[in-house]
Each structure stands twice: as C-alpha cells, then as structure tokens.
Design a protein around this ligand. Structure first.
Ligand code: ADP
Ligand code: MG
Length: 467
C-alpha cells in the first residue's frame, strides 16, 4: 500500500501532537518561565523492543524495591560497601556523614517512601537473544514518569498515518506518574495531618517542570496539597519544631519529594548542606531519605554483584536472587589491593570492553574507550582510584530512527535504547504497605553517543514496540 505521508510530514504532525498531549519542556533560554515552551525531544517512531526482556524487567522490579529497602536497613553493610568510596569521594562522604549523624541521633524514619527507576539496556552477543542488563538504579529524582504517560498517543498517531495501524494498537498505555503519586499519597496519609504539604524540592533551573507537574496534578486530584521549593526558598525559612516536625515558610511538610540534591553542584552554599541535614533530621517523610539515596550509588551496585552478597538480603529466596542477578553485567572494584589491581590491568588491556564510572548522577560523567587509559594511568597507583567502579560495556544492536528535537534537521540515525522501570514502595515500621511496579520509560539516543540522558540533551523519549 502506498504511504500517504513522507517522514518530514509525519515529523511535523508528531511535533504538534506532542504539544497537544503535553510532552512539554521549558526552553534553554527561559528555563524558569512557561511563557514560551517547546516539546520534549522524542523519536518519530517507537523502537522495537523484545517482549520477553520487557516483561523480565517489569517482573524483577518489586524485588529491586525490596532490595533497596533492605539495604537501607543494613547499617553495617552500607558502611562496609562505601568505606573505600567515602575515603576519596567528597560528595559521597558528605552524604554519608549526614547518614551517620541521623543514626547517632536515633534515626528519623518510621515511614519510608521509595520511588526508584531501574535502567537497562539489551546486550547483544553473537547469535544469542539479547539479554537484559541493568545500567543502574536511581533512588533519587528519577525523572520522566510524567511525560512518558503522554508519548504513547503521539506514536499511535504517527503509526496510523504511516499505515501501520496494527502496530499502533500494540503501543502500551503507561502512567508512572499515577503510581508514583499513589505512593506519595499513601505516605502523606500515614503522616496523618490534613494541612501538611507535599514539598517538591526542585532545582534552580527547572526545564523539566511539566514532568513533575504530572505528579503534582495526581496529588491535587486526591486533594493533597503540594508546593515547589528550591534551596533558595528553603534555606531562609526551614525549621524544626520541638517534635522535629518540618516547617518551610510556616507550612508543615508531610513529605519531601527530592528532584534536587543528587549532584555536588546542587549544593551551592554551606546553607544548602544545613538545609539537607534539617530535612533529614525531621519527621517528614523523605523520598528518598539519605540512606536510600546512598543505596543508589554505583559503588553499592558493584558490591551487590559480588558472589554471595544478594543472598544476604534474600536468604531464603534463591529464585529472587537468581532473578535479580540475571540482570547484572560484570562489575569490578578498583579498591586498593590485588582485586583492584586485576581490574586495572583488565581495563588497560581492553578499554573498549568497559565503562569507568565515578559516583555521579545526571549523565555525562562516565568514561569510555581511550579516555579510560588516560584516567587510569593517572590514578592507578593512588587511593583516588577508589572513587570509581568499572563495568562491562553493554552493546545493544542499533536500530534506525529519527530523533526529533528543537531546531535539529530531520535525519535518520542509528540508535540505541535504554528501558527504565519505575518502582514505588511504602513501609511503616516493619510493614511493607505498598510495593509495586508502576510503569516504564524508553529513552533512545544516537549510538554515536556513549553517555547522557534526556536532560543532558542526548537521549530522547520513546515507546517500546514489543516484538
Ligand atoms: P547516570 O547516573 O549519570 O545516569 P548511568 O550509569 O546511567 O549514569 O550512565 C549514563 C549513561 O551511560 C547511560 O544512560 C547509558 O547510556 C551509558 N552507560 C552507562 N553504563 C553503561 C554500560 N555498562 N554499557 C553501555 N552504556 C552504558
Ligand atoms: Mg542513568
């Protein structure tokens, strides 16, 4: 059958449909104003994704939630896992210090709220079917649970116009924001004060505000009040009362939802660190609290991949251990000693097989290829090397697609995708009251780029077309 529309025309309709559906982002020029906005970048077509791997990622999510939650309660494990890292990485050390101070004061957590996103790529080796491998788990500020609910209708429209009606019916519905909000709402109810607010703690630069608004809106539907505050707003007015209830600008805070505070540069003054400490000491529910934030470090991910470690957290559940471990790729320590020396020799011999990762979030921090040699030659004989971990490079098979982004010419690219799965859980004392997989996110980038997410301007939003 003749295709009525060429891709340029489809792209024009796709952009308009994205705007109609609310796949929005503020501009670089005016990141803190909604007077003029643009579409969040996305692919023209949904990308094929194998069904079995997709279902595998959904199925393991509640176990990942449990794992994060159990590690967060294992003080001894976390201390050992991060001991070398905090010796040399100032940011992790600073977070860890807050964690220890909270412990010394007797802890502040009776209600625990976790919203995370576990990210995967498909590793393709020879004739084997592609296998699902975890890139990382984000326990703080995992984004795009809002906008990803709005992209399916865009792709459905494009596929219909491209005379692919049958496939358009296979685009999955997806609404992570609703599930994330459900967990926040549960925590808010447990906190038990109708006037207390859910505080969205946000960055100074707020290009991705619409993604967050989706969650705010779900909360307001439930008549739960929310507001947005930056460090600048908080630092001046944050305080605890004698019962450690948290107040910002005179309002009691039931839940602090962190969409900020995960990068060193977020803390632009000493006051920011004091404000973080105050939030952590308070009886407000923190999402995440400082300990769950630390559980999301790359060092913890590497330690979990060592033989026998998952068994510590699931002593009677070998199938769960198996299910989680199946998603691990090779992860290697650079700690001082023979094991770390072997890692370095291996990386220097075949740098293209690996990714070198510091303890950073937000994209653009990892080291690849010949740069691995440069960095390792510099740090290999000093304890500085303990700030990194080494990971096997995952190699997905590229597919052709068009990346639609503002002012970029329409051109076909060779692309690779990363699947994210959102998890949400709520615990009160010993009772896990909610533990769910609440949706997914597919992000796609040109295979020329080895690193970087949507916010970093590299990846774009996508939908899986299950095959
Ligand atoms: P960040 O916390 O900065 O998001 P990630 O571990 O998610 O750090 O890495 C950033 C990006 O780098 C990922 O989105 C992915 O594109 C790429 N990447 C990370 N680890 C690997 C890996 N092991 N193999 C291939 N690509 C990787
Ligand atoms: Mg990432």
């Amino acid at each position: 059958k003749l295709q009525l529309w060429h891709n340029g025309c489809l792209a024009e309709v796709a952009r308009d449909e994205a705007l109609l559906q609310g796949v929005l982002m503020r501009t670089k020029e005016t990141p803190n104003s909604s007077e003029l906005v643009t579409y969040a970048p996305f692919t023209l077509f949904p990308s094929p994704f194998p069904k079995a791997a997709f279902l595998q990622a959904l199925a393991v999510q509640t176990h990942y939630n449990t794992l994060v939650d159990r590690i967060s309660q294992d003080t001894e494990f976390l201390l050992q896992a991060l001991a070398s890292t905090i010796e040399v990485d100032d940011f992790s050390a600073r977070l860890f210090k807050i964690h220890q101070q909270i412990l010394n004061e007797g802890g502040s957590r009776s209600i625990v709220l976790g919203l995370n996103r576990s990210d995967y790529m498909l590793d393709k080796r020879g004739d084997q079917p592609p296998s699902l491998k975890q890139i990382e788990i984000n326990t703080i500020a995992a984004s795009f649970g809002g906008l990803s609910s709005r992209t399916p209708d865009v792709h459905r429209r494009v596929l219909k116009m491209a005379d692919r009606l049958e496939e358009s019916q296979h685009i999955l519905d997806n609404n992570p924001a609703a599930g994330l909000a459900k967990a926040i709402a549960k925590a808010w109810e447990l906190y038990g004060s109708e006037r207390a607010v859910v505080m969205f703690f946000v960055e100074e630069v707020q290009r991705n505000v619409f993604d967050q608004r989706c969650i705010e809106r779900e909360l307001w539907k439930r008549n739960i009040p929310t507001f947005r505050k930056r460090f600048d707003d908080i630092c001046k007015t944050i305080r605890l009362d004698q019962d450690k209830r948290l107040f910002v600008g005179g309002n009691e805070i039931a839940v602090v939802y962190f969409r900020n505070g995960y990068m060193p540069q977020n803390y632009f003054s000493e006051q920011c660190w004091e404000a973080r400490l105050t939030m952590e000491r308070s009886m407000a529910v923190k999402c995440p609290d400082i300990v769950s934030h630390l559980v999301g470090t790359k060092k913890v991910q590497q330690v979990l991949a060592k033989p026998g470690v998952l068994e510590r957290f699931f002593p009677d559940q070998p199938q769960v251990v198996e299910q989680i471990r199946a998603t691990f790729t090779g992860l290697y320590s650079l700690d001082m000693g023979p094991e770390g020396d072997r890692t370095i020799a291996m990386a220097l011999a075949e740098p293209d097989r690996f990714v070198l990762k510091p303890q950073r979030e937000g994209g653009g921090n990892n080291i690849y290829g010949s740069e691995i040699i440069q960095v390792l030659e510099k740090v290999k004989d000093s304890s500085e090397r303990m700030a990194y971990i080494l990971m096997d490079k995952i190699n997905p098979a590229p597919v052709q697609n068009y990346l639609l982004r503002r002012d970029a010419p329409l051109a076909v690219s060779s692309c690779v995708s990363e699947l994210g799965v959102f998890g949400a859980y709520v615990r009160q004392g010993k009772d896990l009251l909610m533990n769910e997989c609440v949706g997914h996110l597919l992000r796609t980038k040109s295979s020329e780029h080895s690193d970087g997410g949507v916010a970093a301007g590299v990846a774009v939003l996508d939908n899986p077309l299950l095959v």
